[in-house]
Design a protein around this ligand. Sequence first.
Ligand code: ZN
Ligand code: ZN
Length: 354
Amino acid sequence: MNYPQRISRLRQRMENEGVTALLVSSLPNTRYLIGFSGSNGLLLVSEDRVSFWTDSRYREQSAQEVQGARVIIPANGDIWTAAARQANRFRTVAVEAACLTLAQRQRLTLPDERLHPAVNWVEELRAVKEPEEVEAIRRAIHLASSVFEPTLEKFHPGMKETELAGHLEFALRQAGGEGLSFDTIVASGVHAALVHGRASSKPIGSKEFVILDYGVILGGYVSDMTRTIHTGPVPRRARQVYQAVLDAQLAAIAAVRPGVTCATVDAAARKVLQREGLGDAFSHSTGHGLGLEVHESPRVSRLSKQRLAPGQVITIEPGVYIPGWGGVRIEDVVLVTESGVEVLTPTTKKLLTV
Ligand code: ZN
Ligand code: ZN
């Protein structure tokens, strides 16, 4: 991971914004900038110095992980007061507007006029991945994909959604997963019509769609994939809806290349579903960036004017949700390359039945 380059890019941004110091309080941003993966820390980046405060629980871990920053462990454990003291030396200090609570702000003794809101400064750097990050994401994706079909063999009609989710999660952990990207979604039958239905105690029936949406963390980076399977023989209508979602997903992937707006990619999926009379049943955005976190910049939504750039890693996940009937979603992770797109998720998109 190229930490020095990340810090120098951030300093460039700070210079453009006219500030000489940035207090980073987002932990994923901290991890991105100096490698620290613990749960308590504050980072101050200035023109000529990078200082990091954490508490004594992380003495050993910070010594092992932190790159390119001076680590300070205040004797009383109060990292906010210690960081505020150093921040006070600067005329203006940028703070991460999206993740500073009022309680934390009050511990920074600087007056309002010396604080400057930083919005997405580090997040925008994170949106474009280094080759090493792409490889880390690729490894997480491959781990997740490797457990998919073996887990389906454990299915029997009447099994609860939570039970199938449990098999999936156990397999991910057994294969070396550090954690889950998010709570595993197993949504079957009418439950599959809920866009973000989690796994419930509902028994999975013998003639319904089951949406499985899950991800694993490996090397700090997340995966995210969705496949929809069918239990028992597939009725004609179900096959049509599945094909429409797959066509929409393939159309959106085909639209991905550097320079196009996220809205264009979103529209490619939406157009296919509208043509099939399913436009209203597609009620969310087409995708999102991912990396250290499962939802990162850019947002692949109807309104997003962000333009894709090589090195961005995004999901493409259109879905159709019909209340009282069920739903279908298909999600891959793709990499924006210099010339177009590479699909990173290797799992088949053929409609599998169990
Ligand atoms: Zn997902
Ligand atoms: Zn997703």
